[in-house]
Design a protein around this ligand. Structure first.
Ligand SMILES: Nc1ncnc2c1ncn2[C@@H]1O[C@H](COP(=O)(O)OP(=O)(O)OP(=O)(O)O)[C@@H](O)[C@H]1O
Length: 300
């Protein structure tokens, strides 16, 4: 099974071009869609989840037990195999986790109440919320709400799962727990994880793409993308007021405070005076792709 997206375009009525000829192949397993705020991730996720229309382009879920599903034309078919955790996951604060899941399960077409109870109990166990299943959702922490969100997305054994920015706002322990949960989702599933947090992709994803200003600017295996920039990332500790000067003379891809001092990473094919080589990681890939794409856009 795989999800293929071909030349997808979306311009909102205010003129913002949120998706520009987006073409992606998303295989089974955990796929990271990485991009800064406003890159177009949610627009893409909502389009795949059949919640909004694209202006043009094609999305196919191929090699499913029902054959190929055309996401744009066969909305009912895709909804039957879709699990979706949106960015803003509103929960009814006065309803218990158990009651809400039972309700969502019946909306998803599981009509037998005994079957529903089995499914709901198993899911609550899976996301480690059994002990609070009678508690109202309004009393849940951010991490518990997100785990509840995953439980509702998993109802009906979906073969396509979309999670949009799931770890924003979670503390490290809750993020860790959420990562473990995501990594347990079956291998025969296409899981798209949209995020602006590079570490989420490093920890979880076997394939990924980077999106910036509505364009796909990189895609592949994280390790291959890192290998491609190895030997091209350099670092230096500078005084903060010097930053503009460095930006004028180098491709500065990131700045970071280290013990109160400013460390910069630059992208360069050759060694630069005063800079030390760095073992590149996925953050360097991300920032080098984003900065060079946004600079190109400014110049054009
Ligand atoms: N309904 C809408 N009407 C008009 N513009 C929109 C609408 N939804 C999103 N946009 C704009 O489209 C662009 C892409 O937004 P989108 O929410 O898809 O990005 P994102 O990568 O998910 O960012 P974020 O993490 O901030 O949600 C942004 O410039 C945004 O302001």
């Amino acid at each position: 099974m795989k999800l293929t997206i071909q030349d997808l375009n979306k311009t909102y009525s205010n003129g913002v071009k949120a998706l520009h000829d987006v073409t992606l192949t998303i295989p089974q397993g955990m796929f990271g869609l990485l991009g800064p705020n406003g890159a177009g991730k949610s627009s893409l996720m909502r389009t795949i989840a059949t919640l909004q229309e694209a202006d043009s382009g094609q999305i196919l879920l191929e090699d499913t037990p029902m054959g190929t599903i055309d996401v744009i034309r066969q909305k009912d078919s895709i909804r039957r195999v879709l699990g979706y955790l949106p960015q803003e996951f509103g929960v009814y604060p006065k309803v218990s986790a158990e009651t809400m899941l039972d309700h969502i399960a019946s909306l998803k077409g599981i009509s037998n109440s005994r079957e529903r109870k089995l499914i709901v109990d198993a899911l609550l166990e899976k996301v480690n919320l059994s002990h609070v299943k009678k508690k109202n959702l309004g009393t849940f922490s951010g991490g518990m709400k997100q785990r509840f969100g995953i439980a509702q997305a998993l109802i009906g054994n979906p073969s396509l799962i979309i999670v949009d920015e799931p770890t924003a706002g979670l503390d490290p322990a809750e993020r860790n727990r959420f990562h473990n949960l995501l990594s347990e989702i079956g291998e025969n599933t296409v899981v798209i994880l949209s995020t602006h947090i590079v570490e989420d992709v490093t920890n979880l994803c076997s394939d990924m793409a980077i999106i910036s200003l509505g364009n796909v600017i990189a895609q592949g295996h994280p390790a291959d993308l890192v290998a491609a920039i190895q030997g091209k990332i350099w670092r230096k500790i500078i005084e903060k007021p010097e930053l503009d000067n460095y930006k004028a003379n180098h491709q500065v891809i990131s700045t970071q405070l280290k013990g109160g001092r400013t460390q910069i990473h630059i992208y360069s094919d050759s060694p630069q005076l005063g800079f030390d080589p760095v073992e590149a990681d996925l953050e360097d890939v991300y920032f080098s792709k984003i900065t060079s794409h946004q600079e190109l856009r400014v110049m054009s």
